[in-house]
Ligand binder design. Structure first.
Ligand code: ZN
Length: 133
């Protein structure tokens, strides 16, 4: 497996519209797109920064994973996404190396990516998303 770059930084927010204003009006980033990922009960906004991007995540439901995350940890950086060439191979390699995967099969991620989360117990409490696009 070769990690090619930091694909994006996932940030959990309570209010997407309000947070977007901070990143655009204050920091001067451009909002590229927003998307609702039904399966994850999340509304996502993408703001490119050079070769990577910020991904803002607002829960669309009180029982969604991002809502639960904010309940436990508050708003803030939620995950780091590393781009890999082949997600199936990356998952298999991580499992061979004894890493625990939350997703043993790739699933649909925002922006048409194929993604799989590693279990934070295997990655020193950083939630790492492997991402192929
Ligand atoms: Zn992500």
């Amino acid at each position: 497996m070769k990690v090619m770059k930091v694909d994006h930084i996932g940030i959990a927010v309570k209010n997407l519209e309000e947070t977007i204003k901070f990143y655009t009006d204050i920091l001067g980033l451009d909002l590229q797109d927003t998307e609702i990922v039904e399966e994850q009960k999340v509304k996502v906004a993408f703001l490119p920064i050079g070769d990577t991007e910020v991904e803002l995540l607002e829960s669309t439901s009180e029982d969604g994973p991002i809502a639960k995350y904010i309940e436990r940890n508050g708003e803030g950086v939620q995950h780091l996404a590393f781009r890999v060439e082949n997600i199936e191979e990356a998952i298999a390699e991580m499992q061979e190396k004894g890493m625990k995967m939350i997703d043993e099969m790739p699933r649909y991620g925002a922006g048409g990516a194929k993604i799989a989360f590693m279990h934070p117990k295997s990655s020193y409490r950083v939630l790492i998303e492997l991402c192929e696009r």
